[in-house]
Design a protein around this ligand. Structure first.
Ligand SMILES: [Zn+2]
Length: 243
């Protein structure tokens, strides 16, 4: 009886649906890898919701958790997005984001989890979460930090073809009739590209004019599914390499 309920619980990998002490039993009997998705709340043009980054990274994480038997933790739906001001964003200070993640990782380790993957879904978080490698210095705790676009060949955009296709493939929130082309970074090269990228981190609306990088007009469900398939496949190597 106990054994069968234990088996059933191991299939339910979302932490939010678990009960104690069953959960502690699962952790003690398995080599748990925790997966923590991180997103943002920020404008994504008129056609995508402010929850876009959090929504996409949550969906991808759920697929990865099922495929690779990871324990899925709640998405941290706040990130560092102040470069989008005066367009809508709710932003954490970089050191607040870092402190939250250090606390979560420390707490997970106290709960006997010794491997954690942080999967990022917002470009602006990237440089701050990479610094966590130095800030989390716990013996016997392995923390792997990555962004979902590390596992795909398409170049990431913001409300453009890639991100809009990913949203079309994973939700019903996209308003394609509002989709408008933004700045196309592929047209820029060398020093000009470097300068624009730098300026984007300071004032996103000033550079993009409409808050979009890329052209969402040809975005479609099939393209989004193809990208997700590629991410899930390439993640296999990441798990192996890091362990
Ligand atoms: Zn985004």
């Amino acid at each position: 009886m106990e054994k069968s309920s234990y088996k059933k619980l191991t299939k339910v990998i979302e932490i939010q649906n678990q009960y104690d002490p069953d959960l502690r039993k699962i952790i003690s009997k398995n080599n748990i890898i925790a997966l923590i998705p991180i997103g943002s709340i920020e404008q994504h043009g008129m056609h995508l919701p402010i929850s876009t980054d959090s929504d996409i990274v949550s969906k991808i994480s759920k697929i990865l958790a099922k495929k690779y038997n990871l324990m899925l933790f709640p998405t941290l739906r706040y990130g560092c997005s102040s470069e989008h001001t005066p367009y809508f964003n709710i932003s954490l200070q970089p050191n607040t984001l870092q402190k939250i993640l250090v606390d979560i990782c420390t707490s997970l380790h106290k709960n006997k989890i010794d491997r954690i993957i942080i999967l990022n879904g917002h470009y602006g978080n990237k440089k701050y979460i990479i610094q966590l490698r130095k800030k989390i210095n716990i013996k016997d705790l392995e923390v792997n930090i990555c962004s979902y676009w590390d596992f795909m060949s398409e170049r990431m955009d913001h409300g453009g073809f890639v991100e809009t296709s990913l949203m079309l493939a994973t939700s019903t929130k996209t308003r394609m009739s509002f989709a408008k082309k933004g700045i196309i970074l592929n047209d820029l090269h060398g020093e000009k590209l470097r300068l624009y990228k730098k300026m984007l981190t300071k004032s996103f609306p000033r550079i993009t004019k409409n808050g979009v990088i890329g052209d969402p007009s040809a975005a479609n469900v099939a393209a989004g599914k193809k990208i997700i398939h590629e991410i899930v496949k390439n993640f296999n190597n990441f798990i192996k390499l890091q362990s």
